[in-house]
Design a protein around this ligand. Structure first.
Ligand code: ADP
Length: 609
């Protein structure tokens, strides 16, 4: 079936209709001439109508012209001629032409209206087709988008639910369509609030909230629509968890006391935490983007290449102990752990590094080794002391035993003089034993804090002389001349017997180590201090031993060559300290030693120690 617009485009058909209708009208007029004699234009008007109706104004004009010519030619005298003789016929033809033309003009309007209508119909048809296509395409889009999409009407009923929405909400669309979103829906309270707001106030709402029903995080955009609202939403749970994880990790990294940093495989620093700032001194803004080699001492530059090469191979570097430079140029010992960091495609793109300051660890280790060495040394010294002490005690005991046997023989044989001589020697050995035992007891007293001084006014020069006199025999036996320069009247508040012990110790050491060379003992006064000096010209003491000899059990000579427990100087120093005094030694090996003691005349603050 030909549509109007199509037909209107077929001119030959329209004009053909006019020609056929005109011919049919003339034929009809001819056939029924008696009937149409008085109204010969009736069939012609019918033809004009048909031509005008089906063909428009052009064919209608053609029909007017054809019918006028045909009627004139076939029916008005003279017949078979176009001439007209009767004025009345001329008038009728003219009237016919005028009326026919007016009719044709009416058809022009009619056709214009038909055209317009046809165009409207066509436009509407096209619009409907386009709308259908658009609706189809829109549905396709809505079904294929990765967001959930719902349309709600003004009564909050689901009108449309796309496939993704079904997945996120965990419901099939048949269960939701037509149902109210306010009741029994998987929408959270917050979601319902936003939908109401968009519906009531016509405002667009955007929200991110945790949906406790779905146990998922949803990002929702709600837009008012003419029929209600449309809701677009997406599941952002993974993103939220990832963000949370990143925040948590960032907080851990930031609060870590270790330095945590990352760098590219070319060694450019990309991140820097607070721990790194406090370890190396640089702030993040100063160092991010800078080469890691800034932290390397000159002789460690190769290390960086080696570490980064291992990282490129996917290896980890653990607890690598090295040193790094700080901002102020210091060198800090660190333990490094470096791991490769991969991107989403699995390519190694970064190195993550943890640097721990091991200064304290190293110090504790220096310290542990020192304590271990000291403990070993102390054990060695103690062992040596025990063997020395055993030897020292045994020597006088053996000779005492020997002298007692000899004494018995001399007494039996009545050799009085010899017996007395042996008794003197035995008494000397006993004195030595008593002194050794006293020294040992002093060690116990001092270490348990029981060294108590009995302070009284004491004359230093007087004690010096007493001690020297008391040791006259032993010093002369050793071949030592002892020169004393000690005026009397150097008085202070001191413990007399302990000062005696100090002078005895220094003098007996000087005798023991001077190899028969002279010894000088001096005492003098310096304002509020008294000074005592014991100088010998014996074997001397090496500089490294000078600092040790005041310690317990420390000896700078072999036990074979010289007797002694290594306690005399230690006890001497303790006594001097208890008097708030000072003791020092100056010595050159092979040239002799000078021991100098300075004592305040009174204990500080007037207190008795
Ligand atoms: P000792 O019983 O071994 O003499 P001391 O504590 O009195 O113990 O002395 C410690 C060490 O100091 C001695 O063993 C010796 O090596 C050294 N010493 C002390 N006085 C002198 C001195 N006048 N000359 C050389 N060495 C000395």
């Amino acid at each position: 079936m030909i549509t109007f617009p199509e037909f209107s485009r077929l001119a030959w058909l329209r004009y053909g209709v006019a020609v056929v209708a005109s011919a049919a009208a003339l034929l009809l007029t001819g056939l029924f001439w008696p009937l149409f004699r008085n109204i010969p234009f009736m069939p012609a008007f019918l033809a004009i109508f048909l031509a005008g109706w089906f063909g428009g104004d052009g064919p209608s004009f053609l029909a007017v012209a054809l019918c006028a010519v045909g009627l004139d030619f076939f029916f008005y005298p003279p017949v078979s001629s176009l001439r007209l003789e009767e004025p009345y016929d001329i008038l009728r033809i003219i009237v016919f032409l005028v009326v026919g033309s007016l009719g044709s003009l009416v058809f022009r309007q009619l056709w214009a209206a038909k055209h317009h209508r046809a165009q409207l119909v066509m436009t509407a048809e096209n619009a409907r087709a386009s709308a259908e296509t658009a609706a189809g395409e829109l549905e396709q889009i809505l079904e294929s988008i990765t967001d959930g999409f719902c349309a709600l009407d003004r009564a909050y009923r689901y009108k449309y639910v796309n496939h993704r929405a079904e997945e996120i909400l965990g419901r099939r669309r048949e269960e939701l369509l037509g149902k109210s979103a306010l009741e029994g829906s998987p929408m959270s309270e917050a979601g319902i609030g936003s939908v109401r707001k968009a519906m009531d106030q016509g405002e667009t709402c955007h929200a991110q909230a945790f949906n406790p029903i779905l146990q998922r995080w949803l990002a929702t955009d709600i837009y008012p629509s003419p029929d209600g609202v449309v809701v677009l939403f997406r599941d952002i749970t993974d993103r939220k968890r990832a963000q949370e994880e990143i925040r948590r990790m960032a907080a851990i990294v930031e609060s870590s006391e270790d330095a945590i940093l990352s760098e590219t495989l070319d060694g450019v620093i990309t991140s820097w935490n607070a721990g790194a700032q406090s370890l190396f001194g640089y702030k993040a803004e100063e160092i991010v983007g800078q080469p890691i080699s800034m932290l390397m001492p000159r002789d460690r530059k190769n290390e960086m290449q080696e570490i980064l090469e291992r990282i490129r191979q996917g290896e980890r570097v653990e607890h690598y102990e090295t040193v790094r430079l700080t901002k102020d140029g210091g060198v800090v010992p660190v333990s490094l752990s470096v791991s490769p960091v991969k991107d989403e495609s699995g390519n190694i793109v970064w190195a993550a590094k943890i640097a721990r300051d091991i200064t304290e660890q190293k110090r504790q280790q220096a310290e542990r080794e020192r304590l271990y060495r000291e403990a070993q040394e102390a054990a060695r010294v103690r062992e040596e002391f025990l063997s020395v002490a055993g030897h020292e005690l045994r020597t006088p005991l053996t000779s005492l035993q020997f002298q007692l046997h000899a004494l018995r023989r001399r007494v039996k044989s009545g050799e009085q003089d010899k017996a007395v001589e042996l008794l003197d020697r035995a008494a000397a050995q006993l004195e030595r034993l008593v002194r050794l035992t006293e020294e040992l007891l002093d060690v116990t007293r001092i270490t348990t804090g029981r060294l108590e001084l009995e302070l009284e006014e004491t004359d230093l020069g007087q004690i010096v002389k007493e001690v020297v006199n008391r040791h006259k025999d032993s010093t002369s036996r050793a071949g030592c001349e002892v020169r004393v320069f000690a005026p009397e009247g150097i008085t202070g508040i001191w413990d007399r017997s302990r000062l005696d012990q100090v002078i005895t110790n220094l003098l007996s050491n000087a005798v023991k180590f001077s190899n028969g060379k002279p010894i000088e003992v001096r005492a003098d006064l310096d304002t509020s201090w008294a000074r005592l000096t014991v100088e010998d010209h014996g074997i001397g003491i090496s500089p490294e031993d000078q600092s040790k000899i005041f310690e317990r059990f420390e000896r700078a000579v072999s036990k074979r060559s010289y007797g002694g427990l290594g306690l005399g100087l230690w006890i001497t120093r303790q006594i001097v300290d208890a008097h708030h005094g000072r003791i020092e030694v100056t010595s050159r090996p092979g040239q002799g030693s000078t021991f100098r003691i300075e004592l305040p005349l009174k204990p500080p603050g007037g207190a008795l120690a």
